[in-house]
Design a protein around this ligand. Structure first.
Ligand code: NAD
Length: 321
């Protein structure tokens, strides 16, 4: 088996490779060639940790495996370790033998950013000029860096619940050579594309904060009870997701579906748009929403690329196991 340690991954993994892997696996999911297994997530009653597994099988890319890990809230304070910890295990689909063990932390940030970028590529208006960010935490920087590659953005506007964190995203915009302005939430109506990536349980983005024609990628809601966007906005929009079952149970659509404002059948797989089976955006006035819940197959697809890259670079550690 091959081992690719966390420390090697930032030098190996590119945004382009992550984007390509995620776009392909979303397409395979919609075509019925790849499927995710039910997610396990447990409070283990030790260190307040949430631990779980996300797995799946991509029969087209021939990738089988799981990401194991979760959230240890005391890590940073007690041990100077990051709170999110995960590792990907890949298996040979022909034999079941373990094939690789890959650090999952940096990978998670790039695969999550790749998901919103894929949605921008396929659903945002081609003439989008203003990028809006709601959120300025760890994931937000990766999200913005990747999104700015999808259109000729001329300006970034940003809002965050904790304003002291805004320099995180202002710096990313500056590095990309795009002017940044901190704005109140009401001014998100000026954005053509909005990404929300926060951990809130009460919506920040109200229906009248989003103008007709906007594409909104909701990336923060990945658990029952979390909510970034007023449910009424989903009723006004065309809603897409990575995986419908997750969208309506742990994603942003859980609230609109739960309140009967939209039906599960109103939530479409982004992979169908990639494959040409769904038209995607059909007018310049339409609001499109991508509910990015985060699926195991994204992790596995990107991990498989990392292993290939590490073998090519000669940095993969080979173990006779
Ligand atoms: P972080 O702790 O670094 O940042 C949290 C962000 O949420 C900050 O911008 C913070 O200001 C904001 N926030 C906190 N409380 C808020 C409130 N009450 N109202 C509005 N905003 C509030 O976290 P992160 O690592 O950047 O993760 C952000 C979210 O993304 C989390 O909910 C995480 O679970 C989720 N996530 C989703 C995926 C996916 O695949 N969809 C992947 C990774 C993380």
């Amino acid at each position: 088996m091959h081992i690719v340690p966390e420390r090697d991954i930032p030098d190996l993994l590119t945004r382009e490779a992550s984007f390509d892997a995620v776009e392909n696996v979303f397409a395979a999911m919609a075509a019925g060639d790849a499927y995710n297994f039910p997610v396990v997530r447990e409070a283990i009653g030790h260190e307040d940790a949430l631990y779980g597994f996300k797995g799946g099988f991509d029969g087209k890319g021939m990738v089988l495996g799981l990401k194991a890990g979760g959230y240890w809230p005391n890590n940073l304070e007690k041990r100077q370790l990051i709170n999110h910890q995960s590792t990907v295990f890949l298996f040979d689909p022909d034999t079941g033998k373990v094939a690789a063990m890959v650090g999952g932390n940096y990978l998670t940030a790039l695969r999550t950013a790749a998901a919103s970028s894929v949605s921008i590529k396929h659903l945002a208006r081609k003439d989008a000029k203003v990028m809006g960010m709601v959120g300025a935490g760890h994931q937000a920087t990766f999200q913005l860096r990747a999104a700015l590659e999808q259109r000729e953005f001329e300006k970034v506007i940003g809002w965050n619940y904790h304003p002291d964190m805004l320099p995180n995203i202002a710096n990313v915009a500056q590095e990309a050579g795009v002017p940044f302005e901190a704005v109140p939430l009401e001014r998100m109506v000026e954005a053509d594309v909005v990404i929300s990536i926060t951990s809130t349980f009460a919506p920040s983005i109200m229906a009248d904060h989003i103008a007709p024609g906007t594409h909104l990628a909701c990336m923060g809601t990945d658990t029952k009870g979390k909510q970034e966007v007023e449910a009424a906005l989903l009723a006004r929009a065309t809603v897409f997701t990575d995986e419908v079952a997750q969208s309506v149970s742990i994603g942003e659509a859980q609230h609109a579906v739960g309140a009967g404002m939209i039906a599960q059948s109103d939530v479409h797989q982004i992979g169908a748009v990639i494959n040409g089976a769904h038209p995607g955006r059909t007018s310049d006035d339409e609001i499109t929403i991508f509910d990015g819940t985060g699926v195991g197959l994204q992790d596995l697809a990107v991990a498989a690329r990392i292993v290939d890259m590490a073998i090519k670079a000669g940095t993969a550690i080979e173990v006779d196991f």
